[in-house]
Ligand binder design. Structure first.
Ligand SMILES: C[S@@+](CC[C@H](N)C(=O)[O-])C[C@H]1O[C@@H](n2cnc3c(N)ncnc32)[C@H](O)[C@@H]1O
Length: 235
């Protein structure tokens, strides 16, 4: 995505603060990173902080799909703190060299249910998932299908780089059937199943998603049991 590249490395922090009004710790961890390369879109930084901040300095079990050069796991370690249980998975066997550094690294495909289940078993459960893997639409769906049911109640599932949902080579396309936003639209319909007669499109998730947040290229799905809505007139 060359046409979106920001070409002033000295001004990364200033750009994020000016445009998004953000100056939390994560700004410094990203913009002044001296460790392994981390490559992120500027507008992701405040979005990460908005959703991840409640887990800082807790024993959060955090799984990132996509390790690459190990930079993001380093950043997450600094952000979440020593108590966090950080795991990264990647299909590239070279990433095994990062195992045991900022977190644990396991090698396998995000489209392999047995592998994903094994990793979550080893983690003792998972509270936060960040999918920054292949960005291939079928892979994004395959991981969600296995991992969302494994997510702890109160946990969140974040998928980034979803501009790929519009790009052919990632299996995406404007409103095509594999576009992840189309799936989210179906989940939105299921969330509102109380108000229509079409039933659940995805009964496998047992309507256990309590919030679906869409940002530019990022989706966040909250895991929480839902209840038949009621209302009261009070006072
Ligand atoms: C965008 S990079 C991850 C970058 C890293 N999260 C960061 O921010 O620095 C994507 C990674 O996904 C990995 N990947 C590609 N296909 C995969 C698959 N099927 N399963 C798991 N990882 C995959 C690639 O090897 C690559 O390292």
């Amino acid at each position: 995505m060359r046409r979106f590249r920001f070409d002033n490395p000295e001004a990364v922090a200033a750009d994020i603060t000016e445009k998004y009004g953000f100056d939390g710790d994560l700004l410094d961890l990203f913009a002044n990173n001296q460790g392994a390369v981390v490559h992120k879109w500027h507008h992701y930084i405040p979005i990460y902080d908005r959703y991840f901040a409640p887990w800082r300095n807790t024993p959060v079990r955090f799984l990132e799909i996509g390790v690459n050069k190990g930079g993001s796991l380093q950043m997450w370690r600094r952000y979440f703190g020593d108590a966090a249980v950080l795991y990264g998975i990647d299909i590239n066997p070279d990433c095994a060299r990062f195992d045991g550094q900022a977190g644990q690294v396991r090698i396998g495909s995000q489209a392999d249910p047995d592998f994903l289940n094994q990793v979550v078993d080893e983690m003792g459960g998972v509270d936060v998932i960040l999918d920054d893997g292949s960005h291939q639409m079928p892979h994004v769906r395959a991981s969600f299908q296995v991992l969302f049911p494994r997510l702890e109640t109160g946990g969140i599932y974040m998928v980034e780089d979803l501009h790929t949902a519009y790009i052919d080579k990632f299996g995406g396309g404007y409103r095509n059937s594999a576009n992840f936003f189309r799936f989210l639209r179906e989940l939105t319909d299921d969330m509102h199943h109380w108000y229509h007669k079409k039933g659940l499109r995805h009964p496998e998730y047992e309507a256990s998603f309590s919030g679906i947040h869409v940002h530019d290229s990022i989706a966040v799905i909250d895991k929480m049991p839902t209840h038949r809505p009621v209302h009261s007139r009070v006072g």
